[in-house]
Each structure stands twice: as C-alpha cells, then as structure tokens.
Design a protein around this ligand. Sequence first.
Ligand code: FAD
Length: 303
Amino acid sequence: MQIYDLIIIGAGPAGITASVYSARKKLNFLVISLDIGGQAAWSGDIENYTGYQFITGPELAQKFHEHMRKYDTPLKENEEVLELKRLNGVFLVRTNKSDYNSRSVIIASGKRSKELGVPGEKEFKNRGLTYCATCDGPLFASKDVAVIGGGNSALDAALQLVKIAKQVNIVNKTSALGGDAIMRQKVEGAANVAVFNDSQVISVTGDKFVSAIKIKDNTGVKNLSVQGIFVEIGLIPNSAFAGEVEKNNKGEIKINLRNETSIPGVFAAGDVTDVPEKQIIIAAGEGSKAALSVFRYLAINKF
Ligand SMILES: Cc1cc2nc3c(=O)[nH]c(=O)nc-3n(C[C@H](O)[C@H](O)[C@H](O)COP(=O)(O)OP(=O)(O)OC[C@H]3O[C@@H](n4cnc5c(N)ncnc54)[C@H](O)[C@@H]3O)c2cc1C
C-alpha cells in the first residue's frame, strides 16, 4: 500500500490552507474530506477576512477550492474518516471507503452543529428543520420561521433570513441575545424579527413538514406556528475518530504553538483544536503553520 508523507483530514479553511502550503513544499500528500469549504461555506456575509471587505461564505469557499485545485491536489471528497491510529510505525487513516497510510497527519476536521435533542427533531430534519441558513434559507421565502439560539451563529442565520422570510422568531434560552454587538443591533433593528428570551424549545410538530414548535418560558408553554426551523445552538468538534489524541473537556484537540498534538507526527489546526478563537482567518493561519511544522518534522525524522 502507498505510504503518503502527509494526510490532511478536512477541507475547510484550515485543511485547504495546509494543502496549499504542502503542495508548495512538494510533499506527497492526500486530502480526505466530507465536503469542500467547511463552515466557511455556511456563513452568510463575511466582512472580516483580510483582503475582502465583503464576500459571501459560498464565494470565499469557492475561492479556497480554486486555490487548492491550482496545485492538482489529490483529494478524496465525500469521504468520512472513521479512525486514526498508529500501526507498524505509520499512521492508518480508515475511512468509510478505504484505508490509507501516512507518515504524518494534520487533523483539520473543524466542528459540526449541535442538535436540540427534543421530540420531533429527527423526524423533521430536512423537512422544515435544518442546521444551515445559507444552504436552506432560500427555501423559506415569505414563510414564518424560527431560529433557535442566541449567539453569533443564530444572529448570522437571522440576518440572512430577514431578507427572505416573512417573520423570523428567535428563540433564545438566556435572558438577552449574545454575539457581536454590531450583529445584534442589525437583528434587533429588523422589522420582521421577534425575540423570545428565556425560552426553551420543547418539541417540533407537523405533518409531512414542520408546522410549529412548542416553547416554554416562565409564563408557561406556547405554540409558535412556523414552517421552518433553523437550529443554531453551537458547535461540537469533529474529533471522535482521533481516539488516541489528547483533548480538552470540550473534545477539542490540544495543540502547542507548532500545532503538535500529544502524538508525534499528528498535527491539528483550526476549529477542531483548543485554539481560543474560531474564525476563518485564524483557521487558515493555523493550517499554514501545521503544514510548515509537518515539513520540519519529516525533514528531522527521516523515514
Ligand atoms: C454560520 C457561521 C457563520 C460564520 N461566520 C464567520 C465569519 O463571518 N467570519 C469568520 O471569520 N468566521 C466565521 N465563522 C467561523 C468559521 O467558519 C470557522 O472558524 C472556520 O470555518 C473553521 O475552519 P476549519 O477549517 O477549522 O473547520 P471547518 O470549516 O469546520 O471545516 C472542517 C472540514 O472537515 C471536514 N470533516 C469533518 N469531519 C470529517 C471527517 N470525519 N472525515 C473527513 N472530513 C471531515 C468537513 O467536511 C470540512 O470540510 C462562521 C461559522 C458559522 C457556523
């Protein structure tokens, strides 16, 4: 079986940037990813990626993709890594389709949406209930929708939906919306937004598609009639496949300044790590650092 110098897991901002640096260092590497662009492709308007005063998430993801493709990067797309382990001095990366061997690995698998865990969520997933406003928002033109959550992801979703939906109901379990002040002001200033603070979703109901959610606040239980539900209650790291690698209590992979994990030869970058801030520009920078650290590791540890 072929042994690569490096396998990069994930093709979001961190993985794609690691791939560009690896290609320029002429490493023999492979990228394995479920999708291209990661969370960057889900965001609506991006106004904080240097060099672009304004760009949408899908447009930036497309630019990242083109940059990666410029180097004819070997890519296994729509493939999910299920296990990473050491075997006979090399790393075995097992996916849902095949096994691959490598001398080093960069884990850049980012985060995924948290689920509500209430009755009706699973039944109505993709039948009115979704975790991605950018992907599915346009399906809810002139409809009443609910956004669940009160942080930046929820505000981002609400800001996209105010332009599309008839009414946007934000269901937030704390006493006030969080997130960035600038986004909060835009949301609170929109004419078609209602905010339900101190409220928790109890269940999702409907027939073939979502027709309502039940929410509970300190006055009791009420029914909100909606045709769309956008769950934006936070994210969890995609790190379960890396069983041997040390993580913090949130499941984020612990790294040092050189993006080294607890296992020599395994590096990590971006949102899947314990780096404090989760942003596109930070993930991209971390991806480049990880690739340069791999290059140094391979040069020192001659195989
Ligand atoms: C709604 C929303 C809006 C945002 N807006 C902004 C913004 O305006 N500005 C900003 O700077 N940041 C924003 N962010 C944050 C930013 O998108 C993330 O910080 C950034 O995308 C993290 O990059 P990453 O490469 O580490 O991980 P991700 O973007 O999460 O990419 C992870 C990659 O790994 C792949 N993957 C996951 N698990 C596996 C597996 N088991 N096997 C194979 N592949 C796998 C995924 O398919 C994906 O390609 C936003 C995030 C969200 C959710």
